[in-house]
Design a protein around this ligand. Structure first.
Ligand code: ZN
Length: 150
């Protein structure tokens, strides 16, 4: 028996896992490691100044791996590594309409960490959900930024 509300949710769903974010201490060392592991080159290194991070991307089929290293002592990534060590930091989902998804999730009781989508790395608009809303997993919503020029 299918519950009525699951039918409603299924009319609009996240497209795919866009990327998995991994917190690392030494970006260059981890780029070498992941190039070896994935047998592919890092295709982009990008600093996101507002977040105090430097990111490195790998294409893995339809998804990506994002390595995230801190550029500031007090950035959220630096604090995460201090508490948990290196490791999986967040899972990012691709949405068709990030504002609509933010509205839906806020109405469902999820705590959004920003009220408006922000410019993230690799041409994405992003919004994070507080991990306490989602079984301890930091979730990032993504949408292709229509203003992004590669
Ligand atoms: Zn990310």
């Amino acid at each position: 028996m299918v519950k009525t509300n699951s039918l409603i949710y299924k009319t609009y769903k996240m497209e795919k896992i866009e990327h998995i974010g991994i917190a690392v201490k030494d970006l260059n060392a981890s780029i070498s490691l992941f190039e070896q592991l994935l047998n592919t080159n890092c295709y982009k290194i990008e600093e996101v100044e507002s977040e105090g991070v430097q990111t490195a991307f790998f294409a893995t089929g339809p998804n990506k791996i994002e390595l995230v290293a801190s550029t500031k002592e007090d950035s959220p990534i630096a604090k995460f590594i201090e508490r948990n060590g290196e490791g999986i930091h967040h899972i990012a989902f691709k949405t068709q309409d990030i504002r609509k998804e933010m509205e839906r999730l806020a109405a469902a009781g999820f705590e959004l960490l920003n009220e408006e989508p922000k410019k993230g790395a690799d041409g994405q608009l992003v919004c994070f959900l507080h991990p306490k809303s989602s079984n301890g997993v930091l979730i990032e919503l993504c949408q292709d930024d229509p203003d992004f020029k590669a």
